[in-house]
Unconditional design. Sequence first.
Length: 130
Amino acid sequence: MSDLGKIDRALFDEVIYPNLGADRADVVLGPRHGVDFGVLDVGGRAVVLASDPVSVLPELGFERAGTAWDKYGTLAPWTTFGHGGLGSVVGWGDPESGLAMAYVTNGIRDETEHAQRANEMADAVRRAFR
């Protein structure tokens, strides 16, 4: 791993990439080292999905559910992990249920409002897939 906390090519190629799952025809541009977006074919239209680059700082660890600041919903088990971005951006994955959610907006909200919205949406996703 890089001293700067960024995932280096070897870690991506040897650990992350082999565990991404099956190839799909609708994924035009999938995960690549150093590329911060993907492209999907949705009904003949290209949808570009941007993401924060993956960064791991061993001193900080991964953010998990169950903390006072997480945005993964009140129904999230402790194994849920994710990342919040600027404003009202959050993404999480739950290995136990196989669920994941990403929420991106074009505005910056008050932290309290953002937390309430993100938690309500996360709970709605979990309820919908019970």
